[in-house]
Design a protein around this ligand. Sequence first.
Ligand code: PAF
Length: 284
Amino acid sequence: MIVAKTIREVREHVAQWKREGYTVGLVPTMGYLHEGHASLVDRARKTCGKVVASDFVNPTQFGPNEDLEAYPRDFSRDCALLEEHGCDLVFYPSVEEMYAPNAATYVEILSEMPKQLCGKTRPIHFRGVCTVVSKLFNIVQPDYAFFGQKDAQQLAIIRRIARDLSYGIEIIGCPIVREADGLAKSSRNTYLSPAERQAALVLSKAVFLGQEMVEKGIRDAKELLAAMTAVITAEPQARIDYVSAVDGETMQPVEEVRDGVLVAMAVYIGKTRLIDNFIVGGVR
Ligand code: PAF
C-alpha cells in the first residue's frame, strides 16, 4: 500500500491509474479505524479498480470545546487494517498540507439541512465536513466515494454537495456495523469506561425497539419517539441530545414515519456523545 503525505503524490498516482483505465474509489476517514471503516474499504474494493483511503483528523469540523486534541489516533494500526482489506493508497496529510495558514474558503449548504439534528449542538461541524470532503474530492477525483450510514446526516449532506456542485462522483452509503451486543462501532467508543460501555447499549436498544414498532405498523412519529426516549431515559448515565424522526433527504422533522424517514439520536454517555439511527425501509 502506498502512503502518500502530499496532495501532489496522490494526484500523480491517481492520474497514472486513470491513464491505465482503473476506476477509483475514495473512503474518507479520520483514522482510528474499526470494522465499520473496514466494511467501507471492502465495499470500495468490490466496486472499484483502485481504492484510496484518507486518514486525517479534520480540525475544521470540531467546535472549540470538542474533542479535537483527544480524538484517538494510531496510524500504524490504521495502515495494517487498510492493507489487510486491500486498500491501494492511504492519504495521510498534515494539517498544513490540507489547510494553508490563511485558508478562508468553506463549502457550506445554505439550507436548514445542516442545522437540524447534530447541527443544533455542533453549529460549524457540517461546514467543516463539507469543506474537507470537497477538498478530498478535488484532490483524489474519485469515481465513487463511500460513507457510513451511521453518520446519516453527514451522508445526506455529502450526497447534496456532490449533486449541487456537480462532482460527478457516485456516493455510496454503507450499513451500520455493530458490536455483537448491538453497540454501533465508533472510534469514540474507546472513550467509554466499562460501566459507560454497558450504559451505551441504550442507543441500540432504542433503535431496535423503533425498528420493531415500525415493522408492526406504527406510523405516528410522536408515539415512536416517546417509546424510544423512554428506553434511553431509563439509563441514569444517559443524557439525550436529540431523538428525532426526519425526512431522510431534507432532515426536516416528520409526523408520519414512512419509507425513507431517518430516525436518529445523539446521546451523551458520561462525557461521550454517541449517535445511532435507522432508515425506514433500509439504506438507499
Ligand atoms: O466521517 C468522518 O470520519 C469524517 O466526518 C469525514 C467524512 C472523514 C470528514 O472528515
